[in-house]
Write a protein that binds this ligand. Structure first.
Ligand code: GLU
Ligand code: ZN
Length: 493
């Protein structure tokens, strides 16, 4: 596709672990870029040395790679606006230079107010029912006054001089939005120690990187008027040609109990999904439904199909609810679409972690797994569940254990006598196949002892697989083999 000129960005701060809200933002930007034939820029906003970490930076790159959300410009791949890490851009003096130009041109000014002075005036403003934001105290200091304050040794921050008017934009998701002038006071661009703040570096980089569409979470809505004002100033001093990106604010994601999904909720962390065995395909599929819809009730699709269909008019401004059950059901649907050998490959790391197999798998284990996968594929909702479902096939006899609750429920005296009858019925059968195992057990337990199938096969299932819920019983016994099956029946009896 020819380059459409559309440029979007995903620009997380590397603090903590990647979470699903962040992934949703990345995904929508990626999909919009792919849909429009635009460019997906990945930028790291790591100017807060107190909170940012290298581990978190690595985890972000790893997360996007795991999800195969490929970026066109950014860390590792580079691009025309390198570097894409703000800490490096800061070292190059990019922000200090822009700040100086803003100050020299009068778009920004030094503020010498101390935190105590600010707090005192804020309290007074509240008392008098005036807006509590910065009151412009230092806006019109003369050069002599500034020199005097500096000579006193007062530190100063740099503030943007906000034009005195309301702020409006046509939000790509929420439609026309207005902020009154007094809601947006002169804000800080540089700390007293010279460190640039998010309020400066984020719009400056969006401007320098030619970002045309800013798609980000609704929590950032209130910073948009400040960014519009800064864009205007950047145009006036010639950092940009005066163009301003379009903004679209993606709806909140709500968790349990209709509270905003918090970074602290365990199921908000991307790593949790990886550990449980969610497929990246499924997670992307589910996250794309958080605030966007394909229409016609289509809820199962690949990220390529998402990219084909992704338009912003289908993004809803209403909060989206994160529904783990639905996410898990979609994961199950995705698992069922996998070719069995692909599924087997993806299960292996979970079996390794559970200590059931070691890599590289030997041929008998590989064959066993290949035969077992079709038996469980229909029933699995996460890859992690494979451990419980096929573990009984892979565990050595000395490591095989019965689920205590299932054993207690099914292997009481009656259950054990059923197991004894099963053992006897199977001991002499000429061939060990699913059909002959089923035939012998039905003859002995259902026809012979007059038991209902559930009563007959429940204890046998627990004895052989260790659990009440397992893959189909007769197939499982065939795979487990005659010797190991009989051994387990004898042990349970
Ligand atoms: N670094 C900011 C954050 O992670 C980016 C916000 C934005 O998209 O403008 O919240
Ligand atoms: Zn001041």
């Amino acid at each position: 596709m020819a380059d459409s000129g559309i440029r979007v960005r995903f620009c997380p701060s590397p603090t903590g672990n990647p979470h699903v809200g962040m992934v949703r933002t990345a995904l929508f930007n990626w999909a919009y870029a792919r849909h429009t034939g635009g460019t997906f820029v990945f930028r790291i906003e790591d100017t807060d040395s107190a909170r940012d970490s290298e581990d978190s930076y690595d985890a972000l790159l790893e997360a996007l790679s795991w999800l195969s959300l490929t970026w066109d410009e950014g860390p590792v791949v580079g691009g025309p606006h390198t570097p894409y890490r703000q800490s490096e851009r800061m070292r190059e003096g990019i922000y200090a230079d822009v700040a100086r130009r803003l100050e020299d041109s009068g778009h920004a000014y030094r503020c010498y107010c101390t935190p105590e002075e600010l707090e005192e005036r804020r309290a007074q403003a509240r008392e008098e029912h005036r807006p509590p934001g910065y009151d412009g105290h230092c806006r019109d200091l003369t050069a002599e006054e500034r020199a005097g304050l500096a000579a006193e040794g007062r530190p100063s921050v740099l503030r943007l001089r906000m034009p005195d008017r309301d702020w409006e934009w046509d939000d790509l998701v929420r439609g026309p939005i207005t902020f009154a002038a007094d809601q947006v006071p002169d804000f800080v661009l540089l700390r007293a120690n010279g460190e640039p703040l998010y309020t400066l570096v984020n719009p400056v980089d969006d401007a320098l990187m030619g970002i045309t569409h800013v798609l980000r979470g609704e929590d950032l809505l209130s910073s948009t008027p400040r960014q519009l004002a800064l864009y205007e100033a950047l145009g006036a001093i010639g950092v940009t040609d005066g163009s301003v990106p379009r903004f679209g604010h993606l709806p909140y994601v709500m968790g349990e109990g209709n509270k905003k999904l918090s970074k602290r909720d365990p199921e908000s962390s991307l790593q949790w999904y990886r550990d449980e065995g969610y497929l990246p395909e499924a997670l992307l599929n589910y996250l794309s439904l958080l605030g966007w819809s394909m229409g016609e009730d289509r809820e199962f699709f690949s990220k390529e199909q998402l990219a084909d269909a992704f338009t912003l008019d289908r993004v809803s401004p209403n909060p989206a609810r994160f529904d783990l059950k639905k996410c898990t059901a979609i994961n199950g649907d995705w698992i069922r679409t996998l070719a069995p050998d692909d599924l087997a490959e993806r299960i292996v790391p979970f079996l390794v972690r559970a200590g059931l197999v070691v890599e590289p798998l030997d041929d008998p284990t590989r064959r066993l797994l290949a035969q077992a996968v079709p038996l469980v594929q229909e029933r699995m909702e996460t890859l992690g569940q494979a451990v419980g479902m096929v573990g009984f096939l892979l565990a050595d006899d000395d490591r095989f254990t019965l689920d205590p609750a299932d054993a207690e429920a099914m292997l009481d005296a009656d259950g054990r006598s059923v197991v004894a009858a099963a053992l006897e019925a199977l001991s002499g059968i000429p061939e060990w196949t699913t059909a002959s195992i089923e035939e012998a057990l039905r003859a002995a337990l259902v026809d012979g002892l007059g038991l209902k199938p559930k009563v007959a096969f429940g204890p046998v299932r627990v004895a052989v697989t260790g659990r009440r819920v397992s893959p189909p019983l007769f197939e499982s016994m065939e795979l487990l083999g005659r010797e190991r099956s009989l051994h387990r029946l004898a042990a349970a009896r």
